[in-house]
Ligand binder design. Structure first.
Ligand SMILES: Cc1cc2nc3c(=O)[nH]c(=O)nc-3n(C[C@H](O)[C@H](O)[C@H](O)COP(=O)(O)O)c2cc1C
Length: 199
């Protein structure tokens, strides 16, 4: 079964609502399905005036609340970057679906609060293990083997655990199909608006 039929997506998009509904189906499914390419979208943000991008695992998606959740190491330099400039963009593309989804918004960081506690409780031991690494993400080292995670107490990683909440105010949907590309933008400014764009 192809992903297109699995998600029951239209072959042809004739309404803007269909593009938003499809994006929602794809992103909700991506949270628990590591095989879909939207499980690991690219998150871009600013480090002062430089754009930085990285792949991250999508942990939660809610269209109603217009939010995505990501997890990261609290010691990573990007935490300070998000706190300084919260503007961020998330993008993914699935060649089987021929769909790109791009979202613009802002990232807020969370550390040792109700949001991180709930997220940590819902995490698997395998995910928790990453946060027991010595030194923290991006530290310059001479021997990577010294940083392989061997002896660790899984719950001790919580002190290094951060949650990133990405609140989006626009979602762009692009469907590439030889019979006619379709591009739609959905925006939530003062009020919700959507329109087709030239692809
Ligand atoms: C498949 C995949 C999944 C990843 N998931 C995460 C993640 O959920 N959180 C995270 O902080 N880094 C994740 N990374 C690592 C980041 O892409 C990146 O290398 C790391 O966070 C350092 O990025 P920075 O220099 O922007 O801080 C993942 C990388 C890959 C290849």
């Amino acid at each position: 079964m192809t992903n297109q039929s699995k998600f029951n997506l239209p072959e042809v998009y004739s309404t803007l609502e269909e593009t938003l509904e499809s994006a929602e189906k794809i992103l909700i499914a991506a949270v628990n399905d590591a095989k879909t390419l939207f499980h690991t979208p690219v998150v871009s943000s600013f480090n002062d005036n430089q754009i930085t991008s990285r792949v991250m695992v999508l942990r939660e998606f809610s269209l109603k609340d217009r939010k995505m959740r990501f997890h990261t190491d609290h010691r990573a330099a990007k935490i300070n970057h998000f706190n300084k400039i919260s503007t961020a963009s998330v993008i993914g593309y699935d060649p089987e679906l021929k769909i790109q989804i791009k979202l613009q918004g802002n990232i807020s960081t969370h550390y040792d609060d109700e949001i991180t506690k709930t997220a940590w409780e819902q995490s698997t031991s395998r995910s928790k293990k990453c946060y027991s690494v010595k030194g923290g993400s991006s530290k310059e080292i001479t021997n990577p083997e010294d940083y392989d995670i061997k002896d660790f107490e899984v719950e001790s990683g919580y002190k290094n655990f951060s949650v990133l909440v990405f609140n989006f105010n626009s979602l762009e949907f692009l469907y590439l199909k030889s019979s006619g590309h379709r591009r739609a933008i959905h925006k939530w400014d003062d009020e919700y608006q959507s329109t087709w764009l030239v692809p």
